[in-house]
Design a protein around this ligand. Sequence first.
Ligand code: ADP
Length: 267
Amino acid sequence: MSVEIAVNNSEDALYYEPQNNEVELFSHAYKHQLPVLIKGPTGCGKTRFIAAMAEKLNRPLYTVSCHDDLTAADLVGRHLIGPEGTYWQDGPLTRAVREGGICYLDEVVEARKDTTVVLHPLADDRRVLPIERTGEYLEAAPGFMLVVSYNPGYQSLIKGMKPSTRQRFVAMKFDYPTPEVETRIVMKESGADKSLAEQLVRLGGALRNLKDHDLEEAASTRLLIYAAKLVVGGIDVRQACYAAMAEPLSDDDATVAALKNVIDACV
Ligand code: ADP
């Protein structure tokens, strides 16, 4: 089965700069009702991409940031007590299933395995959500799409996604954009001029190449935008880069000093 695509290409659409063929791939996955898994480092555009695709495909979007206390009830729903007694409240996953929306689970590997098990019958061709508490066996509305993301860089081996879960998804790999694309993003998102954006993107590249230090995360596109916004707001370039691209990346003094050295050499 496939669903019709009513594309919304309005002028004031959420800004998204494609990195590759991800827009086309995602549209096809949506059309054929396939769930999507997006891997990539933090701050490289995964969330913006999903938001832009939900808008383009005219689907409501339910985003859940996963963490290790997230329970299946947080996704599916629970009984609550109100003035007229108990009533059932759908969780974000159930709402997306009923309404034919996109449910986006960010950092899904953070969620406990018993939580992600509820995704299984939704992520294969059954497309159903059994709700134990209400006895409902909910068939997903045609536009429903399950999207999960994680950062393969900083998960421990134990935390990786179970093969039985990951094998249900069409997977897409994201990375930091090329310098040309990243320059356009920094300009558009911060109001920086081209030469400042180029300078920050070059610096971002140099910081990402700093291999000797134990950095869990590299300088992301998000951090380049933060630095650019500080500079546009009147902060000195070097200070802005320290605050946005060195201090947030590590608490280790030697590592922060090494990052600052690279910044000093670039700006
Ligand atoms: P992630 O979900 O991968 O952690 P985000 O989607 O939140 O990252 O991206 C961080 C910020 O970087 C966004 O808010 C947006 O300003 C910018 N950004 C990154 N990639 C793009 C892109 N391809 N097009 C437009 N903006 C982008």
